[in-house]
Ligand binder design. Structure first.
Ligand code: SF4
Length: 310
């Protein structure tokens, strides 16, 4: 059996010889035998297996056994594996087998699933998977209908149930740039955190259509996500004008300290997940920093937020 491996992961494993500016700290693998999802922003939607890309990433294929051998040979190059999947209920048995095989290597293993697969998420956690990432992506019923072509009324309550049972092991993937206002986006983040989930934040990568968010908007969403997850602020205590986040309830030295040297602007998600170049090309400014920020990068990220003092 073959498995797709992200280009950056394949370099770390020695399967591809190429230069790498920032190495992934999680091994990203892709199991997709034809996704039936219709997400507007995905190059693999509607069963397009031929696309070699998912987000901005190229995923060459290698033999699974070889990949597992490289992942488990000391010194182990990764302390987490993330199995990304296309949505296809017909391949769930095969997916379960593969996920369990990876978890049995002893490396903490995450799996990404569709919001329609909450039952499978619980099952995989009970079979030894470490974390599950759920691609909710859109933050409101309207953007969910428009960009995911799925039924919010069915999926959101099922997701809340999953979060109530297993919240600390669930990362909800949210994409900023699908038309949700900052206010609607922050409100959704707060609801997920209040139900014990965590957020894995992405900027829209316009591979099909649409446009990437402004850096200022994205920096504000990162700051809100980080401070909210760390229980430093709540949605109700923030100020918004025309849907834009204008003031946080903390400011000055307190805010700078709470942003923890720029950790607020790094990739968010499962432990050790840094997803380099998912949202940007090498050489472009990072939406999600895949590594610690320099002092200058931290100052400029704070400036980018254009947040006013409360
Ligand atoms: S946060 Fe990272 S490791 Fe976790 S499921 Fe999402 S992509 Fe995978």
């Amino acid at each position: 059996m073959n498995i797709r491996v992200s280009y950056g992961t394949a370099i770390v494993l020695g399967l591809i010889k190429a230069r790498q500016d920032v190495a992934p700290t999680t091994a990203y693998l892709l199991f997709d035998s034809g996704c039936i999802g219709q997400c507007s922003f995905c190059s693999r939607a509607n069963g397009n297996e031929r696309s070699k890309k998912l987000s901005r990433i190229i995923w060459p294929e290698f033999e699974l056994l070889k990949v597992i051998e490289l992942l488990t040979t000391p010194p182990q190059p990764f302390s987490r594996v993330c199995l990304q999947t296309g949505y296809n209920p017909d391949n769930e048995t095969e997916l379960k087998k593969l996920a369990v095989t990876l978890a049995q290597t002893g490396i903490a293993t995450s799996v990404t699933l569709s919001p329609s697969q909450t039952a499978l998420a619980s099952e995989l956690l009970s079979l030894g998977l470490d974390h599950v990432g759920i691609g909710l992506d859109a933050a409101s019923p309207a953007s969910y209908a428009e960009h995911k072509k799925k039924d919010w009324e069915q999926d959101w309550p099922a997701l809340l149930n999953l979060l109530k049972q297993n919240g600390e092991k669930i990362e909800i993937h949210l994409i900023f740039g699908l038309g949700d206002s900052e206010e609607a986006f922050c409100q959704r983040i707060q609801k997920i955190i209040d139900t014990n989930g965590k957020i894995s934040l992405f900027a829209l990568t316009p591979v099909n259509s649409g446009k990437a968010p402004e850096m200022a908007e994205y920096r504000r969403m990162q700051a809100f996500r980080f401070l909210c997850e760390n229980r430093r602020i709540r949605f109700e205590d923030c100020k918004f004008a025309d849907g834009r986040l204008t003031n946080l309830p903390i400011s000055g030295y307190e805010l700078i300290t709470a942003l923890e040297n720029g950790n607020a602007f790094r990739t968010s998600g499962c432990g050790n997940c840094n997803r380099p170049y998912y949202n940007e090309r090498p050489g472009q400014a990072f939406f999600n920093y895949p590594r610690p920020l320099s002092v200058a990068e931290f100052s400029s990220a704070i400036e980018d937020t254009h947040l006013q003092n409360s």
